[in-house]
Write a protein of this length. Structure first.
Length: 317
């Protein structure tokens, strides 16, 4: 369901960037839009798509002795942008106190940073919530847990086919366990449970490595799109940050169906871009957005959590 080039070079995959670019812009639109049906469509697949693509691009070989370097590398890519963006949000919230050299600053923004919860947590210090930045914490957890699963599978399964089956099975079990457990516990820090719950999408993306969409049976592609249609008709909510998956198998299939449709839309854009110069410019812009999707997410979070654009809009009249 993803674009599938038989290469593992560092060259960026334009179709994947195009998919991410379209989806990150749809996410921003859905966050500010009041059109319920459009929001329902976008939220049915947009965050699962990012986990699917992350799984597809993940490292295939897992070695226990390399786990600490892997965690450090993942932290550098995901946690540093999270911390920097949250600190910028803190400084924006404190801007008037800092200008007036008053240092009786509220600690609430810093607690938000440390807790890192995507779901609202009503603590003794107020509501703790990090907005769209929950994704960075969750995908970090997903990557680390999946790597650990890979290490276990390497030790327990000799043949590649059994290793693959074990990885997919353990990911599914942990994912369902996190979804079922989530309503019975207070939101944990750092989006631990949402990150574990998203293992299902990450594992599906990983399982699609070195495969082409064209090799997926027609009946399976049709099933995924039909599942998406059923999810939309029944208004089955899927919200990864709060582990709301509606009917779990159906919502997962529907999200994969949404990802498949985005893939075909991107292929259509690429075909049209070769025929029309204007479409080519649009494609290049969307690819640029996809390549910078993490930065766009951080800037969107700064605006959404800090109210930057609202402040300047009011200032300008």
């Amino acid at each position: 369901m993803l674009t599938l080039l038989h290469t593992h070079t560092r060259a960026r995959n334009a179709t994947l960037d195009l998919m991410k670019g379209i989806t990150i812009l749809l996410m921003i639109y859905a966050h500010v839009s009041d059109i319920e049906f459009v929001n329902r469509i976008v939220f049915s697949f947009h965050m699962p798509l990012f986990f699917l693509l992350a799984g597809y691009l993940s490292k295939d070989n897992c070695e226990a002795k390399e786990i600490l370097p892997f965690i450090a590398k993942s932290g550098k890519r995901l946690l540093i942008p999270y911390v920097v963006t949250m600190l910028l949000i803190c400084l924006w919230i404190w801007r008037f106190e800092i200008i007036k050299l008053r240092f009786d600053l509220t600690l609430h923004p810093l607690l938000n940073l440390l807790w890192g919860s995507g779901d609202v947590y009503n603590s003794g210090y107020g509501r703790l919530y990090v907005g769209p930045l929950w994704f960075l914490m969750a995908i970090f957890v997903t990557r680390v847990v999946f790597y650990m699963i890979g290490c276990v599978a390497d030790k327990c399964a000799g043949r590649e086919v059994w290793r693959t089956i074990l990885i997919l099975l353990l990911s599914a079990i942990l994912s369902v366990a996190a979804i079922v457990l989530y309503p019975y516990v207070e939101p944990l820090p750092w989006n631990v449970l949402p990150g574990i719950a998203a293992l299902s999408f990450y594992a599906i993306g990983w399982g699609m490595k070195n495969r082409k969409v064209q090799n997926i049976p027609i009946w399976m592609r049709v099933m995924l799109v039909v599942a998406l249609g059923v999810v939309l008709m029944l208004n089955l909510r899927i919200d990864l940050r709060s582990c709301e998956y509606g009917i779990i198998p159906l919502n997962i299939l529907g999200a994969c169906g949404g990802t498949l449709l985005v893939y075909y839309i991107c292929k259509g854009i690429e075909w049209l871009a070769n025929k029309c110069r204007a479409i080519s410019s649009v494609r290049d812009f969307l690819i640029w957005c996809g390549g910078g999707s993490l930065a766009i997410l951080c800037m969107h979070s700064l605006d959404l959590m800090g109210g930057v654009s609202t402040y300047f809009a009011g200032f300008l009249g």
